[in-house]
Design a protein around this ligand. Structure first.
Ligand SMILES: *[C@@H]1O[C@H](CO)[C@@H](O)[C@H](O)[C@H]1NC(C)=O
Ligand SMILES: *[C@@H]1O[C@H](CO)[C@@H](O)[C@H](O)[C@H]1NC(C)=O
Ligand SMILES: *[C@@H]1O[C@H](CO)[C@@H](O)[C@H](O)[C@H]1NC(C)=O
Ligand SMILES: *[C@@H]1O[C@H](CO)[C@@H](O)[C@H](O)[C@H]1NC(C)=O
Ligand SMILES: *[C@@H]1O[C@H](CO)[C@@H](O)[C@H](O)[C@H]1NC(C)=O
Length: 268
């Protein structure tokens, strides 16, 4: 269904490769840069702070600020890009105007990693590839786009009003959660879980499938028609199993890596 657009994208890749060579004029070479703009799909990956620290496997390296109470952004990732680059510098001052929002919606939950270092890593790994799309054509615009999308999909209130609330005792069926998310995303999402030390499946990420024009779509089922690869990349967890109970753990600010091991939460 979307395959015929490949020709258009190939054409755009040529255009944009040229653009990058110009941009990187200091290191001009005859060889076209590997850094191309041929991608078609992206993922907005949101993470649940309540379970994120379980995925790190080590106590004490995680920190959840009290101000963080909702799903946060892990990243906005163009898919199948080849290599992105560190050729496009980002400075803290680029993000000044959106820093309060970024700090709220895209915090680093790793103690040793400052917010800006996290943002910088994401920019180098993913943003520099996204940046060939006009709407994300600078560090500021890339992060602003992610914030806009995060706000558009207000899953915190959707889950809450549908009765999917955090708990250490109550678990959900996969279908309970998908019936709440489908009206919002159709089939264009994936749930990721981590297994905690008691063998429970804890919901940790929500991957939202988008076309590069930021509309929903490009689910991997659809992509398979064109590309024979898997899109599971660089993120903690595994697809939530459809045949097991899924826990949506509360955030434990004191012991983020063991959200349900304190008696306080057991009673809740
Ligand atoms: C885009 O180009 C890169 C590098 O050449 C390649 O690895 C990747 O598979 C291509 N992606 C698509 C969607 O064709
Ligand atoms: C969390 O999300 C809810 C629902 O969208 C919102 O009302 C609330 O202000 C958010 N809280 C924080 C701390 O961001
Ligand atoms: C976004 O891109 C998809 C896939 O190319 C296309 O089907 C859709 O119409 C586009 N939406 C908008 C609003 O441009
Ligand atoms: C996808 O690739 C795998 C391994 O290269 C191959 O075994 C499989 O037949 C391919 N599937 C399709 C639909 O082309
Ligand atoms: C769920 O299915 C997977 C794969 O089919 C299987 O390995 C696992 O044991 C099943 N879990 C339960 C609780 O039935």
């Amino acid at each position: 269904m979307i395959c015929y657009k490949g020709i258009l994208w190939a054409f755009m890749a040529v255009l944009f490769t040229g653009w990058f060579v110009t941009y990187d004029a200091g290191q001009f070479s005859e060889k076209p840069s590997k850094h191309s703009c041929n991608w078609t799909c992206m993922l907005l990956t949101l993470q649940w702070p309540g379970s994120f620290c379980i995925s790190l496997n080590k106590p004490n390296i995680c920190k959840i600020p009290q101000t963080v109470q909702n799903w946060t952004i892990h990243g906005l990732w163009p898919q199948r890009t080849g290599h992105c680059c560190d050729c496009w510098p980002i400075f803290h001052s680029h993000l000044q105007d959106i820093e309060p929002e970024l700090s709220q919606l895209w915090p680093s939950l790793v103690k040793a990693k400052s917010y800006f270092i996290f943002w910088k890593e994401e920019w180098i790994k993913h943003g520099t590839c996204a940046g060939c799309e006009e709407t994300m054509g600078s560090p500021f615009h890339y992060f602003q786009t992610a914030i806009k999308l995060r706000k558009l999909y207000d899953i915190d209130s959707v889950l809450k009003t549908s009765g999917i609330t955090t708990s250490c005792d109550v678990s959900y069926k996969y279908d309970d959660i998908s019936s709440v998310l489908e009206p919002l995303f159709g089939r264009n999402y994936d749930l990721q879980c981590v297994t905690d030390d008691k063998g429970r499946q804890a919901w940790v990420q929500l991957k939202i499938n988008l076309f590069r024009n930021q509309t929903l779509g490009c689910h991997k089922q659809e992509q398979k028609q064109c590309f024979n690869t898997t899109v599971w990349l660089q993120s903690p967890g595994h697809p939530c199993p459809k045949n097991e109970s899924i826990f949506y753990f509360p955030i434990n600010y004191e012991q983020p890596h063991e959200p349900c091991n304190s008696s306080h939460f057991r009673k809740a």
